[in-house]
Design a binder for this molecule. Structure first.
Ligand code: CS2
Length: 478
């Protein structure tokens, strides 16, 4: 125990070199990738300790430092809670305080992997096309200044430093919920590198590796009550624990520059092609998560578990899977999509997980394309009706108006929040026309489809007239 803090969680940090730099040290990575890596090292060895990097604020670093970078991961099962002490972090850096320290860590010969969980918007790309958004203020900054702000900027400048030092590139391991996430990050890195130094881009293209991954674990935000409950359970105060469900899945394209942790030894699936797994997860889990989040929030539900405790919503989710999402998916090898849906229904219903609808509703403009709009666009081409998913898009429009069904304000967190709120009018047809013109979100197949505009207008009018609860019960019967 550290002097003066007798009740604080503390572990003497390891001095072994770190093999991984992780950008975006949020609760998701600390509940998922970090645990796999810690377990892989325990089981199969290797110096894969992690240097965590916060790209924005010092909060997590400040809480973890007095704990020797240790934290507790608390598994929230329907029948009880199980704590696990995670000691795989070697240090935490705060990028805005010292961007050079982050680049130095990335250029260390000990480091073989730079992994990322920076959320959808952290890639500074256009969600509807996957291309770099060259007008993004952080990208504009990173083009002019060798000390970057954005995640793509750090990857490019980190790779530049390795090339200058005669080192091979690190593997870039994207762990965000984007389709073909390795390709997306490779695309933005190559585009940015090409604008900075075309030879650097050629080197990255030839030597680099950007495996795609599918990541899955439900991780609700930690609350003050969680800290107190955990202290009572373990007897030690942890200021930065993470809460997670028992389920976890990690599917990784086995394509690395050099060696890697033995992820397979601890249950990760190492495969040649992650795409079918990503589509399954993004469309079946995240697609229904977002649908339930907007409609559930509008109906007055605070969490996903509360939402699906209402039989109308549980039934709605089942119909989305059975009638709209599964018919548009090719099952990945070894997966039965009906069983996958049953498992999701049970995960959502876990009463120990208080996953707020408001948390999932965040950043919808960045999430909708891969979660919902792809299924809608493909189904419309194939002539399959998708009334439930269309209702979910209408609910997102209603939600981003910034007012709930009672007329109370909603705190809409989204990089496009101001733009979207400005598109809201009292006429649903005008509103839908305005939203459909947002090229960042809607693919051209939907923007140019008058029948989709008409269906969406009907769904939005229905929501305004009847409320989300009634529409969820009725829309899928229509
Ligand atoms: C959620 C995800 O917040 C959200 O948008 O849909 O974080 C979801 O919980 C994870 O992807 C589950 O793996």
């Amino acid at each position: 125990m550290e002097a003066g803090l007798p009740d604080r969680l503390y572990r003497e940090p390891s001095t072994a070199p770190a093999g991984i730099v992780h950008l975006g040290l949020g609760a998701f990575f600390r509940s998922h990738g970090a645990i796999y890596i810690a377990e892989a090292m325990e089981k199969a060895g290797g110096d894969w300790g992690i240097i965590g990097v916060s790209l924005q604020s010092p909060g997590t670093r400040d809480k973890l430092k007095p704990q020797g970078w240790a934290y507790t991961a608390l598994e929230l099962g329907p029948e009880g809670e199980t704590p696990q002490a995670i000691t795989v972090l070697r240090e935490v850096l705060v990028a805005p305080e010292d961007p050079q320290a982050v680049l130095d860590a990335m250029a260390s010969p000990d480091v073989g992997i730079v992994s990322l969980t920076v959320t959808e918007k952290g890639y500074c790309h256009q969600p509807s096309t996957g291309r770099l958004n060259r007008e993004h203020p952080d990208i504009v900054h990173d083009l002019a200044d060798p000390l970057p702000k954005s995640a793509p900027g750090f990857l490019v400048r980190g790779l530049e430093a390795r090339r200058a030092a005669g080192l091979p590139p690190f593997t870039v391991l994207c762990c965000d919920n984007l389709p073909e996430n390795g390709k997306v990050v490779r695309g933005v890195v190559l585009e940015l590198a090409g604008l900075i130094d075309p030879e650097l881009a050629t080197w990255i293209e030839a030597e680099g590796a950007f495996p795609s991954t599918m990541v899955d674990r439900i991780v609700p935000a930690t609350t003050a009550a969680d800290l107190d409950r955990l202290e009572a359970l373990t007897g030690a105060r942890d200021e930065a624990p993470v809460m997670h469900e028992p389920f976890r899945q990690w599917v990784i394209e086995d394509y690395f520059v050099g060696s890697r942790p033995d992820f397979g030894a601890v249950g990760a699936q190492m495969v040649e092609d992650v795409t079918p797994f990503e589509h399954m997860k993004l469309r079946m889990l995240n697609g229904t998560h977002s649908s339930l989040a907007y409609l559930g929030y509008l109906a007055g539900h605070e969490t996903i578990a509360d939402t699906v405790a209402d039989p109308a919503f549980a039934d709605f989710a089942r119909r989305l899977w059975r009638d709209e999402i599964i018919p548009a998916l090719a099952p990945p090898p070894g997966e039965d999509l009906g069983d996958y849906a049953d498992a999701l229904a049970a995960r959502y219903a876990n009463p120990a997980i208080r996953h707020r609808t408001w948390q999932i509703a965040m950043d919808g403009s960045q999430k909708l394309p891969q979660r919902i709009l792809g299924t809608i666009a493909e189904s419309r081409v194939a002539g399959r009706p998708v009334p439930g998913l269309t209702l979910a898009v209408a609910a997102w429009i209603r939600y981003t108006s910034g007012k709930d069904e009672k007329g109370d304000p909603i705190e809409v967190k989204d990089p496009l929040a101001a733009k979207l709120a400005g598109l809201w009018t009292t006429d649903p047809e005008d509103t839908v026309r305005g939203y459909l013109s947002v090229t960042e979100v809607f693919p051209s197949a939907l923007r140019d489809d008058p029948d989709f505009a008409a269906d969406l207008t009907r769904a939005l009018s229905g929501l305004l007239a009847n409320g989300a609860r009634a529409m969820v019960g009725g829309a899928v019967d229509a």
